[in-house]
Design a protein around this ligand. Structure first.
Ligand code: ADP
Ligand code: MG
Length: 246
């Protein structure tokens, strides 16, 4: 690939003898939307934990934007290198407004030097307005997070990742628990936010994968089973056998 932003080389995660990620090599291009699919337990979340430094690898090497980030701590991967990740479950302050949650995320990620810059509220406001547009909550910026629907809360969390100015945004099954309409809107959001970012999204909803994916990586039992366009994946006999059989 001409411009690779993330490269995993033969990475392996060993949980006391169980290889949750088994010698995986993967390249993601700058500006790409990559979806990772696979049955439950395939190793998708573990692979994401590995990239973000939450789980440590036993073998292998991870290079991000030209830097070796293998075994770097999570806070450094997030803030120094710029890999943002939306966790499953709530990370928002329910008794604060959507706007204030985004402002906190913006301040929290910028460190001492840049926080002086963001005291100039016009800068922060402009940036938060951009994020509100992407996550479709412009009309609800003053609403308390506690009053939002489940899907809207998830979007605030996506917005908080965007506020971190990450070069790579990773979303682990972002549409879990969402209605079909919310799932579709989340797909449109991902298409809108990819403009100047690279996105990795693990997912199980194939309509959503069709909607957002450029390249699809299929995992099974800790390994990469297949990689290709949505159509290639959909017609791949091995993928159909282990994953799409329903
Ligand atoms: N901390 C852990 N200790 C031991 N086994 C784990 C741990 N985390 C995940 N696993 C196992 O690793 C495999 C992959 O899990 P996971 O990455 O969560 O899969 P996926 O996200 O594709 O559903 C599963 O068999 C899971 O039980
Ligand atoms: Mg998972």
């Amino acid at each position: 690939m001409a411009d690779t932003i993330l490269e995993l080389m033969d990475v392996t995660v060993d949980f006391k003898g169980f290889l949750a990620v088994d010698a995986v090599s993967l390249s993601v291009g700058r500006g790409e939307v990559r979806t990772i699919i696979g049955p439950n337990g395939a190793g998708k979340s573990t692979l994401i934990d590995l990239i973000t430094g939450k789980t440590r690898l036993k073998f292998g090497k991870i290079v991000f934007d030209g830097a070796d980030i293998t075994l770097r701590p999570p806070h450094e991967i997030a803030h120094a290198y710029g890999i943002g990740r939306k966790f499953q479950g709530p990370n928002t302050f329910f008794d604060m407004s959507v706007f204030d949650n985004l402002l906190l995320a913006l301040r929290g990620s910028t460190g001492v030097g840049k926080s002086i810059f963001y005291r100039r509220t016009d800068d922060a406001r402009g940036k938060i307005d951009d994020i509100l547009r992407i996550i479709g909550l412009e009309d609800k910026k003053d609403t308390l997070v506690s009053a939002l629907s489940y899907g809207e809360k998830q979007w605030v969390e996506i917005g908080m990742v965007l506020a971190q100015d990450a070069k790579l945004v990773i979303l682990d099954e972002p549409t879990t628990g969402m209605t079909a309409d919310e799932t579709y809107k989340t797909g449109e959001m991902i298409r809108a936010m990819r403009k100047d970012r690279t996105i990795i999204v693990s997912e199980h909803d194939m309509d959503f994968v069709r909607q957002v994916a450029e390249t699809v990586t299929v995992m099974n039992q800790g390994k990469i089973l297949a990689e290709g366009t949505f159509e290639e994946i959909r017609q791949n006999p091995e993928v159909i056998r282990v994953y799409l059989k329903e």
